[in-house]
Design a protein around this ligand. Structure first.
Ligand code: C2E
Ligand code: MG
Ligand code: MG
Length: 562
């Protein structure tokens, strides 16, 4: 209110009429009534035209009791200094919206307190705001709520969990939409989207909310009366309504959709819930059936757990196999030996990589059983080859030993017993240990390494360069071979730093009197470069992948010079 109140009551009317808005001077009588002392003509029309019943003062020129009267009272009493009130008069389309403002008037002639009441009719403004908002919340092509409105609907549903009604969000993605759009044009694409949306509506139940949340993506908020089952039923209904072909300008096309489901949890952020459903859509596309979102940790933990259980069973049933990857003498090109690598083909899941099951075995302790099996089995295979050939073949076999085995098992004991039962001499075995087996307990590692040397076996440091072993230990421990990790080897062709590291490892090995093996040689260029740099041996897909025992022996024969 920027008009300065005038001092005389007689001038009130002049003041009011000069104001560009509806205004009145209100006085609180000694009896506590709110008397309209003066008002301008705009005030009358505001009150009359809008049938502003709450402002009615015909009753002895006094304002009726109600929210507005209360506001004025509290203003006079000083408990509401803002003196502003928005209120709505009437319902539905005939509703009017007002903003009331109060400003104190100085007590001059009048003994009772007075104030200036102004009334602004905001009906047009409010309606414009609402239309704009509705516009903002609507997708203009399909007329459906848009992503913003959908998020709000999820939020409302989340606030309504009082009745124990749970909700789920389905995200429906129309597959291969961009192809149709590109080949048939945007208009056809738009038409398809509209038809798709119409069909989606057919799949809804009362109370479900459908929204277009992206170009070819729709969101459905469903309430779960009978639990998760309802979400699956909704997905099923959606697939049913999409089953028949769509007619698009003379053409009949089939439209498939991916459906992802996410279940609402208490206090969840609507955006997060929606993203979860989007994530489930990705999985649904890959799987070809609707998928329910599961938190990643839960999925991973479950997989780990089931791998552990099934690995235990596979070990008991002797279902693991050892494959043998040739280790090539880079100078002569002959096979010097093989690395034994565990392979597990699961009945349902297919091949499971050791990079997945070895860590599970280590965590669960199953690695002790697995490690003993691998040692025995590798020794038996090599001894079998000797037997079949009727001679001691110029080959060795490398067996991996986990740091957990070094820490918890009697490694020298198990190696010794494998040698004994196979009849092999120690020099036919190379034990591949990693730097982590030293780091954990160097004193114990020293005893184990020394004991392995006493058995005449070869000790190799696997994945060299990825761990944290100190040079002091490298020097002190009886290590015969450094196996350069494949991350450095495969980086050599593109990364000068990787070349520098490989060179450094090669000269370090030379200085310490160790031999070297490069892992992960995938190209002829790498093989020649490493040979030129003086690396003694190598393994990698360029030569051969890990092979089953018979093929491995065959491979050795074909590369044999003599
Ligand atoms: P590792 O001991 O470093 O074995 C070498 C890995 O590199 C093998 O992976 C092998 O298949 C792979 N490899 C060899 N050449 C190439 C190549 O040119 N390119 C690429 N990309 N990879 C190549 P794999 O068989 O998946 O084994 C992974 C790891 O699992 C092994 O790494 C080893 O640490 C562990 N592991 C496998 N079998 C056993 C086992 O019986 N006992 C223990 N303790 N660990 C094992
Ligand atoms: Mg290895
Ligand atoms: Mg390695």
């Amino acid at each position: 209110m920027n008009a300065t109140p005038r001092l005389s009551a007689a001038d009130d009317l002049g003041l009011l009429n000069a104001l560009p808005i509806a205004a009145a001077v209100i006085e609180r009588t000694d009896e506590g009534a709110l008397k309209v002392v003066a008002h301008n003509s705009r005030f009358v029309s505001a009150v009359e035209q809008s049938s502003c019943t709450s402002l009615d003062w015909n009753d002895a020129e006094c304002l009726k009791a109600g929210a507005i009267a209360e506001l004025i009272h509290s203003f006079f009493e000083g408990s509401n200094t803002a003196g502003e009130l928005d209120f709505k008069d009437g319902e539905g389309v005939s509703a009017h919206f007002f903003r009331l403002k109060l400003a104190p008037l100085p007590k001059i002639d009048a003994p009772s307190p007075r104030c200036l009441l102004s009334v602004v009719d905001r009906t047009v403004e409010v309606q414009a705001e609402r239309t704009l908002r509705a516009e903002m919340l609507r997708d203009s092509l399909t007329g459906l709520p848009n992503r913003l409105a959908f998020t709000e609907a999820i939020e409302d549903a989340g606030a309504n969990v009082a009745r124990d009604l749970e909700h789920a969000v389905l995200v429906v993605d129309m597959l291969r939409f961009s192809r149709i759009n590109e080949s048939m044009g945007c208009l056809a694409g738009d038409e398809l989207l509209i038809t798709f949306a119409r069909r989606l509506i057919l799949a809804l139940r009362a109370g479900d909310v459908l929204a277009r949340t992206g170009g070819n993506e729709f969101g459905v908020l469903v309430s779960l009366r009978r639990g998760v089952e309802d979400a699956f039923k909704a997905a099923e209904r959606i697939q049913q309504v999409m089953a028949s072909p769509f007619r698009l300008s003379e053409l009949e096309i089939r439209v498939e959709c991916g459906i992802g489901v996410a279940l609402m949890t208490a206090g969840q952020d609507p955006e997060e819930l929606f993203r979860n459903a989007q994530f489930a859509v990705k999985q649904a596309k890959a799987a070809g059936t609707p998928q329910v979102y599961e938190p990643r940790q839960a999925t991973e933990a479950r997989r780990r757990f089931s791998i552990e259980t099934e690995l235990r069973r596979a070990l008991d049933k002797d279902q693991l196999k050892l494959f043998y990857q040739p280790l090539i003498n880079l100078k002569s090109g002959e096979v010097a030996g093989f690395e034994a690598l565990a392979r597990w083909t699961h009945e349902d899941r297919g091949e499971i990589s050791p990079t997945e099951f070895i860590p599970v075995a280590e965590e669960s302790g199953l690695i002790l059983q697995l490690g003993r099996w691998a040692m025995d089995s590798a020794a038996q295979t090599l001894a079998g080859w000797d037997r079949d050939a009727g001679e001691k073949l110029p080959l060795y076999v490398g067996v991996n030993l986990s740091a957990i085995q070094v820490a918890r098992d009697d490694v020298p004991g198990l190696v010794e017993s494998a040698l004994k039962s196979s009849g092999l001499s120690g020099d036919r075995l190379t034990l591949e240990l990693t730097e982590s087996s030293i780091v954990q307990d160097p004193a114990r590692a020293t005893r184990v390494f020394d004991a392995l040397k006493a058995l005449d076996t070869t000790v190799a440091m696997d994945d060299f360069g990825t761990g944290y072993s100190s040079l002091a230990y490298l020097q002190r421990l009886p290590i015969d071979v450094l196996k350069i990790d494949k991350s450095f080897v495969s980086g050599m062709m593109v990364d000068p730093d990787a070349v520098a590291i490989v060179r450094a490892v090669l000269s370090l090995a030379e200085a310490l009197g160790m031999s070297t093996t490069a892992e992960g040689i995938e190209t002829v260029e790498l093989a020649t470069t490493l040979a030129t740099l003086g690396c003694a041996s190598g393994q990698g897909f360029y030569f051969a992948k890990p092979l089953e025992p018979n093929s491995a022996l065959q491979y050795w024969k074909t590369r044999r010079r003599a």
